[in-house]
Design a protein around this ligand. Structure first.
Ligand code: CTP
Ligand code: MG
Length: 389
């Protein structure tokens, strides 16, 4: 069965009170929309039995269209212009869907799990329409002139979340009717219930799948986030590089800084052994391949390459995954040249090159007490550990 996913992101986020759409404000190294799309894509990877996600369509306001496209197109989504209400936004997205079933999800719920998506899909397959929901824990009342009015029995009350999954033809029929009648709804299940038939409640929702609505909703603790988003936060990496001394020269480069030295370091690039160890650490923390994979010795265009430029390309690869360097710990082993008086300059350079805060960068340098290839003055070794946010 072909499934189309629609992600609603065309709102203004007024209640959150940021100066822009709440889905686009910095949120733990990326933004809520990015995490949301990634969750839907990871759900798609787990689909089995002939089911496939044929498209992910993201609704964006005209104002955010460019920014949302920059986030979502590289992830393989389509972006369409939304409307003044959520109902109009979904209607616009539905016009271009091709799936047999439509999964609709609020961009403001990045904590959804792929298991929850799969559960609602299964439920919708047997009932034509299903929504994720969870029993309410508060007493709910209908307010009447400032007083408590009807108080439905709490046991019978559910808070409706997304994702919600529907038979495509029936949902499109319901939306045509709603738009023709000028009706708006806060979710798709309510609209479907009005025009087609009752919607199955799939009571697998969770408090964790909350909708980011108010500013304080964005202040989840780091620990919670790692648990909820899975791929953010605790990413550490390690890299090592070694270069041998070669011909006579006036300097070598370490961390992008020219350091007086009687011999150069033999390398295909500029031989910045420190930046090479750093790049491997960053790539490993991001779960990517090593620098040899991206910048092979066999590539003649890289002959004498500025390692600072290669580092920029590594940082771009990280940015594609919503990641950037947080802490860098670099250790260099060299019998010569003496590095102590260059360390501050090297730190400045690393901060400028990586965007990491200077207080999160440490560079240590030492000799090898005459032992091994470093001790015998045959070359220099660099070791780097880093974390990403
Ligand atoms: N949404 C949409 N198009 C609209 C309005 C809302 O696609 N015209 C989306 C939002 O981007 C959000 C989801 O619908 O992901 C749920 O809406 P809500 O939480 O109300 O978000 P906002 O409308 O952005 O927030 P607010 O109501 O506080 O302005
Ligand atoms: Mg709204």
């Amino acid at each position: 069965m072909k499934i189309s996913a629609v992600i609603c992101a065309a709102g203004k986020g007024e209640r959150a009170g940021f100066d822009k759409n709440k889905l686009l404000v910095p949120f733990h190294g990326a933004n809520a929309l990015y995490y949301c799309v990634k969750k839907i894509l990871s759900f798609a990877e787990g689909l089995k039995g002939g089911d496939c996600l044929c498209e992910v369509i993201v609704c964006a306001s005209t104002e955010d269209f460019k920014e949302i496209s920059a986030i979502c197109l590289p992830l393989g989504c389509k972006v369409v212009i939304g409307g003044a209400t959520r109902t109009e936004s979904v209607y616009n997205a539905l016009k271009s869907t091709c799936g047999d079933m439509i999964l609709i999800h609020d961009g403001a719920r990045p904590f959804v799990t792929k298991e929850q998506c799969a559960q609602v899909l299964e439920c919708a397959k047997s009932h034509s329409a299903a929504v994720l929901a969870m029993p309410v824990t508060d007493t709910i009342t209908v307010q009447r002139d400032g007083y408590m009015g009807d108080i439905p029995e709490r046991k019978s009350l559910y808070a409706i979340q997304t994702p919600q999954v529907f038979d495509a033809k029936k949902l499109k029929y319901a939306y045509e009717r709603a738009i023709a009648e000028g009706e708006t709804f806060t979710d798709d299940g309510s609209l479907y219930s009005r025009y087609v038939s009752p919607v199955k409640i799939c009571a697998e929702g969770s408090a964790a799948n909350k909708k980011l609505t108010y500013r304080e909703d964005f202040l989840c603790g780091e620990y919670d986030l790692i648990a909820k988003l899975g791929n953010a936060g605790a990413r550490t990496g390690f890299g090592v590089d070694v270069h041998a001394f070669g011909e006579k020269a006036s300097h070598i480069k370490l961390c992008g800084v020219e350091i007086p030295c009687a011999r150069k370091l033999v390398a295909h690039s500029d031989g910045d052994v420190a930046l090479h160890a750093l790049m491997d650490a960053l790539l490993s923390a991001a779960g990517l391949d090593d620098i040899g994979h991206y910048f092979p010795d066999s590539d003649s265009s890289l002959s004498g390459a500025d390692s600072g430029e290669l580092l920029k390309r590594v940082l771009e690869m990280l940015a594609q995954k919503g990641l950037k360097p947080l802490c860098i710990a670099l250790a260099i082993q060299a019998e010569e040249p003496r590095l102590a008086r260059h360390i501050d300059k090297m730190k400045d350079s690393l901060a400028a090159l990586t965007g990491a805060a200077e207080e999160n960068i440490s560079i240590t340098a030492g000799t090898c007490e005459g032992l091994g290839f470093v001790g015998e003055r045959l070359g220099i070794a660099a070791y780097c550990a880093c974390s990403l946010t």
